[in-house]
Each structure stands twice: as C-alpha cells, then as structure tokens.
Design a binder for this molecule. Structure first.
Ligand SMILES: Cc1cc2nc3c(=O)[nH]c(=O)nc-3n(C[C@H](O)[C@H](O)[C@H](O)COP(=O)(O)OP(=O)(O)OC[C@H]3O[C@@H](n4cnc5c(N)ncnc54)[C@H](O)[C@@H]3O)c2cc1C
Length: 385
C-alpha cells in the first residue's frame, strides 16, 4: 500500500516528546502525522507511567528550571481547555537534603533568580509539619508549593487528542529507519506503507538506539527502573495531599508521591538500573528491589513498615551520557531529527521540548549546545538530576 499524501512533518513516537512536538507543529498550521509502534503512552513507553513529577528545582541547571516553568504554564493551558480531568495535581514538591549539600544551595539560588516561589523549612519545623516522615540524617527542606504531579499517560493521551483536533493525523505502525543519506523523502512502516514528508522527527525515547544503532546505539543508555505503590492504612489521610506533598530525598536518590487517586504512596529509587531492551525487558519487579524498598520505606515512612505493596511498575529511563536531552539533526540526513534522551527527568519538559523542536524546524532558532549530538558521549557520567 502506498500513501499519496505528503506531510510537512512526520513525528515518529507518541510519547510525551513526540506528542507535544506534533501539537506545536499542528498549532502552527503544519500538516503533521504522528506514528507510534505500540500506541500513545503505552505500557512499555517511558511516558507510560501513572504519574510524573513536575518540579522547578534543578541545582545550577537554570535552563531546566526555566523550561519547567514554561512547560507548567503550557500543561495547565492544555488541561484548562479540557474540562473532564485534573491531570495536574498541585501537591507541592518537598526537597529533603542532608549534610553540606551544594546542590541544595544552588537550587535556592536558581529558584530565587527565576522567581519561583519556595519555602525553606528547618528540621524542627519539618518534623512538626510532616510527622509521618522519618527525617534521620536530614538537615534542611525546601518546598515548592506550586509544583506537583502530572497524571502522565492520560496527560499524553490528552495532548494527542488536542493535536488531532488541530489537524494532526495519528497512526499505529512501526517506522523503519530511513535508508541512505542526504535527504529522506519518505519512511516505510512495517505495514508496507510509505509515508512522505518534508521533515522526519524521531522521538523514539529508549528505542532511539535500536532505530539508529550506528549513530545512537552507544549514546542512549536505557536503564531498568522499578516503581512501587504502598497501600496506606484504612481511613488514614497522612499519606495523601495536602498532608503529604510529592517528595525527593536528594542524598538517598529516592523520590515519590502521596496517595493520588487512591493508588497508594508511590516510591522509587532514582539510581540507574541495568541496561535493558524496551521491547522485551521483564515488567515484573525483582525480589531484591522489593527487599531494598521495604527496608527504605520502613526508615522514611515508619507507619508503612508492614504496608502491602498494592501496585508495581517497571519502566526505563533513556539516558544520555550527561542527562542532557538529545535534540539535533541526524549527522548524515539533513531533514531527520533525533528528539529524546529524557534521562529520567524529561516528562515535565514535554511542552518546552515540542516548542523548541518546532522552533528549530520552522524558525531556524539558535541550537542549544547542551542538546547537541556532539555533546553525547559513549560513557555515562550523569550530571543532570
Ligand atoms: C520510572 C520513571 C520515572 C520517571 N519520573 C519522572 C518524573 O517524575 N518527572 C519527569 O519529568 N520525568 C520522569 N521520567 C522521565 C520521563 O518519563 C521520560 O524522560 C519521558 O517520558 C520520555 O518520553 P519520550 O517521548 O522521549 O519517550 P517514550 O515515552 O518512550 O516514547 C517513545 C515512543 O516512540 C515509539 N517508537 C519507538 N520506535 C518506534 C518506531 N520505530 N516506530 C514507531 N514508533 C516508535 C515507542 O513505541 C514510544 O511510544 C521518569 C521515567 C521513568 C521510567
């Protein structure tokens, strides 16, 4: 089967980056087709989780603070146009730090510079306000009252619906790597269809290295990440908002969310797990991770020491060497773009990523060096958190 239609842009991948890219391009009046191998924010996608944190704190990495500010505005605008669901929950985000923490001080400086409201809380006040948390080793807290959680997979579905409303087309098919070099005129799908377009944006998240093994196979590091939900005691409001905000224990490399939509307290370690294949990795949590997280929950949320694990999820980060995004042209194909490398923190930035990609394609805006392919090494040295 051959498609006669020529699109301005074909966006491959309907995770958060591809969805927002399609939305921005459609908003600018471009003919867009959005294609995904498995569906919108499906269970194997990095965007397929129930919830993702949106916070402004990024240490000294002001670019991500500003992109997060810009993105929250756009998320809220998009949700406001749809009345049905609360897809952003303003739980507040509580940072907890122990010892002499340079990153914590940098976050304070950056948030101040960027005009982000926040409150610094000493340990005595933390213990009084959040008696359900175990604060051993914690010396300071910082609360972003207007940050919170995005209901991730449903939020991406909402973006795709809005992109379609603006005129984008959506298809479910696997796109094959464009052959040759120079300029791509079309891509083929595993259905035998050819899709012609002026530009091709590959927003394939953890699959980028599989689609472009020669250029990206050694530059995208998909890592296994295990997530747990602990059931809260019956009738106990201490683990739901507003009693408990979204939280990040910087020194422990852990994060989590309060009991949202009665799914239980979400908690996970932010450390990179083993390298995986996103098509085939097991989505069942490991016994060793269960043991580790139980031990950890007993320390930080003592009342949940014996709480049942009511849900689990296994996902993957799609890390670059530094944690900076990858948004750049294919080195050998002038109209083929890579968009990915969310590196465990990309979800919140979907709107700003889509806007930037659109600006690069339509307005030829100045490229941000941190997002270039040239800065992506073949060994990992995480610098952005
Ligand atoms: C456990 C976990 C917790 C996280 N927590 C946070 C958080 O709190 N806050 C935050 O901001 N970020 C967080 N992140 C990171 C964030 O979720 C990701 O950075 C983001 O979702 C990446 O989106 P993406 O669109 O690049 O990739 P994906 O969502 O994986 O989308 C890529 C899509 O491309 C499609 N695709 C691939 N190859 C092809 C092909 N050949 N043809 C057609 N389609 C194809 C796939 O099917 C997939 O749907 C977390 C990630 C994980 C795993």
């Amino acid at each position: 089967m051959n498609s006669q239609r020529t699109f301005d842009v074909a966006v491959i991948g309907a995770g958060v980056f591809g969805a927002w890219t399609a939305w921005h391009l459609a908003k600018r009046g471009k003919r867009v087709v959005l294609i995904d191998a498995y569906g919108v924010a499906h269970s194997r996608a990095s965007s397929g989780g129930e919830t993702r944190i949106i916070r402004m704190g990024y240490g000294a990495d002001e670019i991500y603070t500003r992109w997060s500010q810009r993105s929250l505005v756009q998320w809220k605008e998009l949700f406001a146009a749809r009345t049905q669901e609360a897809l952003f929950q303003e739980t507040g985000v509580l940072w907890l730090s122990g010892g002499d923490d340079a990153r914590f001080r940098q976050t304070v400086a950056t948030l101040t510079r960027c005009g982000v409201p926040f409150e610094q809380i000493d340990v005595k006040a933390l213990e009084k306000r959040f008696p359900q948390i175990g604060f051993d080793g914690i010396t300071a807290g910082l609360l972003e009252p207007h940050s919170g959680a995005l209901m991730a997979r449903r939020a991406v579905a909402a973006v795709v619906e809005e992109a379609i409303r603006l005129g984008a087309e959506y298809r479910c098919a696997q796109v094959l790597r464009p052959p040759g070099s120079g300029r791509a005129n079309e891509v083929a799908t595993n259905h035998g269809e050819n899709i012609a377009a002026g530009q091709f944006v590959f927003a394939c998240g953890p699959w980028l290295g599989k689609v472009f093994p020669d250029v990206l196979g050694a530059r995208i590091f998909p890592s296994r990440q295990e997530v747990f939900f602990f059931g809260v005691p019956a009738g106990d409001g201490r683990f739901a908002p507003p009693a408990l905000p979204t939280f990040l224990f910087q020194g422990d490399e852990s994060y989590g969310m309060p009991d949202l939509e009665t799914r239980g307290l979400k908690i996970a370690l932010d450390r990179h797990g083993e390298r995986i294949d996103p098509d085939t990795q097991s989505r069942i949590v490991s016994a060793s991770a269960i043991e580790e997280i139980r031990h950890y929950v007993a320390r930080r949320f003592p009342a949940l020491r014996d709480a049942p694990i009511v849900e689990t999820r296994v996902c993957q980060y799609e890390n670059t060497s530094s944690g900076d995004f990858l948004i750049d042209r294919h080195p050998g194909m002038e109209n083929v773009w890579f968009v990915g490398g969310g590196s465990g923190h990309g979800f919140k930035h979907g709107p700003a990523v889509g806007e930037y990609v659109t600006g690069r394609i339509l307005d030829r805006i100045e490229p941000e060096p941190r997002f270039s392919l040239a800065t992506k090494a073949r060994t990992q040295n995480r610098a952005v958190f």
